[in-house]
Unconditional design. Sequence first.
Length: 402
Amino acid sequence: MFDLDKFISSYVIHRNTSMFLHDMDVNNQELTQRIRGKRVLVIGGAGSIGSSYIRVLLRYEPSELVVVDTNENALAELIRDIRSGGGIKIPNIFKTYPTDFNSTVFCKMFRAYEGFDIIANFSAHKHVRSEKDIFSVESLIQNNILHAKKLLDILAECPPEVYFCVSTDKAANPVNIMGASKRVMEDLIFSYSDKFSVKTARFANVAFSNGSLPASFLSRIQKLQPLSGPMDIRRYFVSPIESGEICVLACILGRNREIFFPKLDKVQMMSFDKIAEDLLHTLGFNVCYCDSEAEAIAMSKSLKQNSKDYPVYFSKSDTSGEKKFEEFVTNTEQTDLSRFASLGVIVNKSIPDKKSINNLINKLDTTFRKEETTKAEIVSILKEYLPNFSHIETGKSLDNKM
């Protein structure tokens, strides 16, 4: 039987234990003191990172846990998984609501609960492919920025002790709209830091997370379809449980207006084609390299005759917004690399200018209300606010590829 966790440890992250184990152990008592008995709200908690955060958080016995997510099926599976796993103390109050955090239902629920002590938000558009056209761009901006502001305004009615949400490595010197939206999101949440404590984390890729390219490899193999991916893109990876540990450490131990990031060395980067090759070899296949998508699709038909030659098509990246390398920190940001063994912290971030942020949000909202808006207009507006936003536009989208 294929063991995905073992594969991730052996071939993707190249470590048998969590890189955050030491920091979790050293800070166990403080984490327990700050979480035990607390009322917790997790938004987007049925996704890969949100559910991992919940599993880690439950080690420290919060008194209440409310989870909100738009994916009703994933919420049902989250409940089944937690209740079936054993060894986890489940709070007496553990409820899930399949709704959008921008909905009227969410507002009613939040006010009925009279707020929460700890709030973590994992609801976001996270894919670069979300900038294929103006409609996908608007959906991304609405979720990551405009609706996020409405959420913060609601939270200010009953301020939490802690508010945490996830950023991305792509927010450092962004080249795509998703990364730029997350960079704006950082300023947006920090602008509320005079009302409640806010923290975030710039992430590496979570290995085999929902919707990721490695996860799609498993789906393609299950359906006997060819694998494809870029051969010139290298990324940092953490395991699913490590993603939850990063968030708990940042959320609970971070100070106001701090950004956490994993201490990963460039030699630890992995390429997607190498992951695909190792996965196929582990499953007993021979990798058969093709020169085009059409050739790979044609060859995949032989798999139905129990062939062990598995077709793959790897190519150079040529789509909009694709950064060739990853970075967590810009050269203008101050870091504390001594506080944690496995995590760096971006410190001394000032409260952003609220007038500038509100002007940006008003401009985006006004532009989206027009009958016709272009992707180029949105890029231009974001560049006004983020002078270092160097958008990469090739006219091609990941949706045009296998």
